[in-house]
Design a protein around this ligand. Structure first.
Ligand code: ADP
Length: 266
């Protein structure tokens, strides 16, 4: 029944939100949530540096199976409820966040069946007082199943960023992700490679632990933009554990624009 429902395109359009972009990966654990956080910070960085148009950014943790945004963005407590009976997002680092992780007990197992996922998503989108947002970044659950397809359709995404490590198993799932989004006509904004290499803190020599250049090659083969490489770094790990998202160094996010494929969201 769920698979029938999933193709029923009932839009979850959110009033006041201009663009919704998804950060997705086929495989879990590749750094999707970390990237969603980084991405949000990148935007903030760009904005504060450029000091031109102040972007208003929201972050929706739709990874209901393993919500890690409360930890990564250091969100405390539960969202308050407005007079209009809507959840008020918890704001930190200048970003309005909503996550299932803020609503459930920390150690409780989260067992979701398809229809429940869609119900939860409904609450986390239209049941939230987002206000006016330029961009709502959605941290998608990993995988390319019914729940993900339904979400992609209903959220009316402006585009999706795909995160992968350079490893073949991750890239294979990333390809599935790309195909899933194209099936529902969501443009792919680009492929980001996370955990590209480890830079030895002693001799600064990069080690390509998961293989070299895999995501760039996959992006080329699939005709997608390659956004750039994020190294495997102690600081990124500790930052996400402690809720202080690390802003990538300019050199780390430059490789994408060197290729002439800046990510444009319009
Ligand atoms: P996903 O959302 O794809 O499941 P996460 O973003 O939760 O993956 O990342 C998994 C773990 O790996 C997290 O604990 C995070 O801190 C760590 N991590 C992700 N990217 C990096 C990186 N570039 N360097 C170091 N640790 C990372």
């Amino acid at each position: 029944a769920e698979s029938k429902n999933s193709f029923n395109v009932r839009s979850l359009k959110i009033e006041g939100v201009t663009d919704i972009i998804a950060v997705a990966s086929g495989k879990g654990g590749v750094g999707k949530s970390t990237t969603a956080g980084l991405w949000v910070k990148c935007f903030n960085l760009a904005v504060s540096l450029a000091n031109t148009c102040q972007l208003r950014v929201g972050l929706l943790d739709a990874d209901v199976y393993g919500p890690s945004i409360p930890t990564m963005m250091k969100l405390h407590g539960k969202p308050e409820v407005s007079e209009g009976n809507k959840m008020i997002p918890i704001e930190n680092h200048g970003v309005k966040c909503i996550s299932m992780g803020s609503l459930v007990e920390k150690d409780a197992p989260i067992v979701w069946r398809g229809p429940m996922v869609m119900k939860a998503l409904e609450q986390m989108t239209r049941g939230v007082e987002w206000g006016q947002l330029d961009i709502l970044v959605v941290d998608m659950p990993p995988g390319t199943g019914d729940a993900q397809i339904s979400m992609s359709q209903r959220l009316q995404l402006s585009g999706a960023l795909i995160v992968s490590t350079p490893q073949d198993v991750a890239l294979m799932d990333a390809r599935r992700g790309v195909k899933m989004f194209s099936k529902v006509s969501v443009p792919i904004l680009g492929l980001i490679e996370n955990m590209s290499y480890f830079k030895c803190p002693h001799c600064s020599k990069p080690s390509y632990i998961f293989g070299k250049g895999g995501a760039r090659k996959t992006a080329d083969e699939m005709g997608l933009g390659f956004v750039g490489e994020i190294p495997l770094e102690e600081e990124i790990r500790s930052g996400s554990d402690e809720g202080v998202p690390v802003i990538p160094l300019e050199e780390e996010i430059r490789s994408g624009s060197d290729e002439g494929v800046p990510v444009v969201i319009s």
